[in-house]
Design a protein around this ligand. Structure first.
Ligand code: DGY
Length: 324
């Protein structure tokens, strides 16, 4: 390749990451920090050797087949890559990478924050206080649900699921159930006393809290729906910091309204940034704007991981986080 590889970065990244990218590559930064349109993404595929998109950019088959295509690698800023049509990338010979490991702890912290907040009615309490409606301490005020000692059901016992299990078990004495179709190395769950269950239904029926940590795939689309919500305990809470598509949001609104489950803590939504209006009106839900990995440390680490994947690729090596 003549000259430095050209890299189109679709959103603003933390300063140290942009500095590294600019030093190593002919980097095109999105100074306005607005989502690129499908036409702009296709133009980037025609004009740049690499794309560095985020989990909200839809890198579709159409974008990837823009002609004449110059892009040879898509280095996603995020561990989830359901925003990229992997089959189309493969068909076009485009390498795709993600950013695992570095966001595990912060995403697990977010899941625990949602779990504790919804159980202890933290959002409700804060809204009440800020509205000037708090009349003072009293024994029956905003009684929540005790977390310590309860059963947490984890759907997807990968890196993040296991990090949540460690926090819940060692920090809050929770009993852990998990549902995971793939083998989980014994060494990864040692000391958690975690019990594997054979079906999602068994997990849902036995858990006081259910936390989702599976990727968004055709198999997990609407895994949580009217029927599966109906098998949860009436007093149970659903936590989703994985992907919006795993939950049928309309069915969740219905279930929360009908008291089928007690509450939900959500970081991700089916039509982000749109959130079902029904959820916005409910007190028994805690809603975060996709903050899973949003710490200064982690977002820098994610950017550096994407940067290292690009460096390896343009050096002629296999990037460590290649997913296709
Ligand atoms: C990811 O990396 O998939 C996260 O959702 C970004 O926060």
């Amino acid at each position: 390749m003549a000259g430095r590889p050209r890299v189109v970065v679709t959103r603003r990244l933390p300063g140290p990451v942009e500095a590294k990218l600019t030093e190593a590559f002919d980097t095109v930064l999105n100074v306005e920090d607005r989502a690129l349109t499908p036409d702009e993404l296709a133009e980037a595929v025609r004009s740049a050797d690499a794309l560095l998109p985020t989990v909200t950019d839809r890198i579709t088959a159409e974008v990837l087949s823009a002609e004449p295509r110059r892009t040879a690698i898509v280095a996603n800023f995020g561990v989830g890559y359901n925003n990229i049509d992997i089959a189309a990338a493969k068909a076009n010979g485009v390498v795709v990478t993600n950013t695992p490991d570095v966001l595990t702890d912060c995403t697990a912290d977010t899941a625990m924050t949602l779990l504790l907040s919804v159980a202890r009615r933290a959002g409700e309490g804060e809204r009440q206080l800020r509205a000037g409606a708090w009349t003072g301490w009293r024994p029956t005020h905003l009684l929540g649900t005790k977390v310590t000692g309860k059963t947490l059901g984890i759907v997807g016992m990968g890196r993040i699921g296991r990090a949540v299990a460690r926090r819940a078990h060692h920090g809050f004495g929770m009993r852990i159930l998990y549902f995971e179709p793939f083998p989980v190395p014994e060494t990864e769950i040692a000391g958690l006393d975690a019990q594997r269950v054979d079906s999602l239904e068994e997990l849902l029926a036995g858990s006081d809290f259910v936390s989702l940590h599976c990727p968004a795939t055709p198999e997990t689309h609407h895994l949580i729906n009217a029927e599966t919500l109906g098998t949860m305990k009436p007093g149970a809470f659903l936590i989703n910091s994985a992907r919006g598509d795993v939950v049928d949001e309309a069915a969740l609104v219905e279930a929360l309204g009908a008291g089928t489950i007690a509450g939900a803590g959500l970081d991700v939504y089916e039509g982000e940034p749109r959130v079902s209006p029904g959820l916005l009106e409910m007190e028994n839900v805690v809603l975060f704007p996709h903050l899973g990995s949003a710490t200064k440390e982690t977002r820098v680490a994610m950017g550096l991981r994407a940067f290292e994947n690009l460096l390896a690729f343009f050096r002629g090596d296999r990037p460590r986080d290649r997913v296709n």
